[in-house]
Every structure is written in C-alpha cells, then in structure tokens.
Design a protein around this ligand. Structure first.
Ligand code: CUA
Length: 322
C-alpha cells in the first residue's frame, strides 16, 4: 500500500474500475472493428462502393448493449452513493460550514476548528451546509465529495482508517478565493483525539497558525481576548483574503492597518478615511459603503455572521497587528 494513502472501504474505487474496465473493452472492440473495415473495404479489395441501408438486428444490438451498460454503471454508482449516505448508527457527528473561503467544523460538545480532526477507525458523519454560496466538500483520500448548499443540510460519512493528514478542499468554483479554500483532515489516535476533544490540548492551526498560541501576534500580546480574535480571524474566513504579515492578498493586509489613512471609494468618489473601530465595523457589516481603493469589491457582508462581542474581538486583534 502507498504510504499516506488510506485503505479504501468505500466502493468508489470499485465503481471507478468497473467503468474503466467497460471503457477499455469498448475502446478495444471499436478500434478492432475500425481496423478490420479499413482492411476489408479498402479500394483494392472493394473497388465498388455500395450503400448499406437498414439492418434491424444491428440497430437493436447497438441500442440494447449500451442501455444495459449504462444501467449497470448506474446500479454500481447507486450502490456507492447509498453506502456513502448510510452512516453507521455509532458514527461521530461533525457539522461542517463552508463559507467564502474557509471551513468550520463544529463538534457535539461545542468544540470548533478549521481542521477536521477525527479519531482513527471511528466512522464520522458530516452534516454539511454553507453560509453563503455553493461550495463542495471533497476529501480525495477518502473518496467522498458532497455539495455545501446554503439553507440546506447535506450529509455523508466516511471511515478514517489510517493515521495521517489528508487534504480537504472545495471543488465548486465559489469566487476569487476558491483555490485557497483548502484545509486538512487530521486522523489522530483515539488518545490524541480525546485530549484535543476535551480541550486539554490547545488547538494549533498549523505550526505557525494564527490561532495557535505560537503565533507572534498572540505570543507578544498574550491576552486571551487576542487569542479569541486570532481564532475568529481563521474561523470566520478572514484569512482567505487578508494577511497579518504586511503582504496584500485579495484584500488589504491587517498589519499596521489600524489608525492608517486610506483612500476609499464611496459612491464612485474617492475620499480619505481613518481606519478606526467605526470603519472596521462598517466594513464588516456593509463593505460596499467604503471600499479601500485598489482592491476588488469582494468583501462579503458579515451581517448575521458575527456577534457584537466577536466584532470587538476582531477589532482588538487588528489593533494588535502593528
Ligand atoms: Cu468554496 Cu470553491
């Protein structure tokens, strides 16, 4: 077995090889017939061309065979779909929220993360939705994929049967930050998972993750409120468009932005503003009012997505990024 590639119990691979097998046989048969015709009916052997019309048995044959093949492919695919939709009753439930452009995973005990952490050998059922537009959750290593539909819950399950870190990404084009909508599935030992789940082990969003206690901004300030702002920065997807190290991305960087004079576009006119608490609040709720010059109108409104407390925590965090 290839290292880092889990052993599949999901029937997706069977379906794939079944269809591939049919395709290979059809390719061989069609190519064989074509070659035979080229040989048998070339001008030397068959100088006088003739028109062939109506062959009922042939017509029946090439209608019936593909129909059977398509039905067989449907049947195998349906079985795989049913498997994916029938979670074992003891499956662990994780709620997934997709948004432009990040993932949030909510556990039954209130634990929340941007990385899907699961214990090995335990079935996991994902209840999936979207906070804004259509996204699609895809974990290639476990052969599962399901659309994230706003206002609706979709679901699937999988068995993380090998320890490791696997890609999880969005496969539905969802805007400018689509290609950044990537995270990981961390398959952990039951012991590690329990430690994390019970909150004893601090969550680290990657080695230098902004949410981790190791992040410079958090370390320096050391205040719990900043920790919370840094966590929200990841969790609410700000990180998809904004950096904290001074490099502009899709939107302006947060580093040193507080208190800065900026030129914004207001009603098609340029004007000067100071980035203060009021401006950040306004931009979170009504980003279209004053858009920083030189950046695309991509900022999604966070109305209904953030509480006042969360907004204040984010402002505190931005203030700390000097
Ligand atoms: Cu979300 Cu593409």
């Amino acid at each position: 077995m290839v290292t880092g590639w889990p052993n599949m119990s999901n029937p997706a691979d069977d379906t794939f090889f079944f269809i591939l097998g049919i395709s290979v046989v059809l390719l061989a048969v069609n190519t064989g017939i074509m070659l035979y015709f080229v040989f048998r009916y070339n001008r030397k052997r068959h100088p006088q061309a003739e028109e062939v019309r109506e062959n009922v048995s042939l017509e029946i044959l090439w209608t019936v065979i593909p129909t059977i093949l398509v039905l067989a492919i449907f049947f195998v695919g349906w079985k795989g779909f049913q498997y994916m939709r029938t979670a074992p009753p003891d499956a662990m439930i994780v709620k997934v929220t997709a948004r432009q452009w990040s993932w949030t995973f909510d556990y039954e005990n209130g634990r929340q993360d941007n990385v899907l952490k699961v214990p090995v050998e335990k079935p996991v059922k994902l209840l999936i939705t979207s906070a804004d537009v259509l996204h699609s959750l895809y974990i290639p290593a476990y052969r599962i994929k399901e659309d994230c539909v706003p206002g609706r819950q979709t679901y699937l399950w999988f068995l993380p049967d090998q320890l490791g870190s696997y890609d999880l990404f969005c496969t539905e084009y969802c805007g400018l930050g689509h290609s950044d909508m990537i995270t990981k599935v961390e398959v952990m030992t039951q012991k590690d998972f329990d430690a994390w789940y019970s909150g004893k082990q601090e969550t680290a969003l990657g080695p230098e993750g902004v949410g981790s206690a190791n992040h410079p901004a958090v370390k320096k300030a050391g205040a719990p409120a900043l920790d919370e702002g840094a966590r929200l920065f990841q969790l609410k997807g700000c990180v998809a468009c904004h950096t904290t190290d001074g490099t502009p991305k899709i939107g302006p960087t947060f580093k040193g932005v507080f208190g800065k004079r900026e030129t914004v576009i207001h009603d098609g006119q340029e004007r000067q503003i100071t980035v203060d608490e009021a401006f950040i609040k306004q931009t979170l709720m009504h980003p279209e009012v004053d858009r920083v010059k030189g950046f695309p109108p991509m900022m999604p409104s966070q109305q209904g997505q953030l509480t006042d407390k969360e907004i204040n925590e984010i402002i505190l965090y931005i203030k700390s990024l000097k």
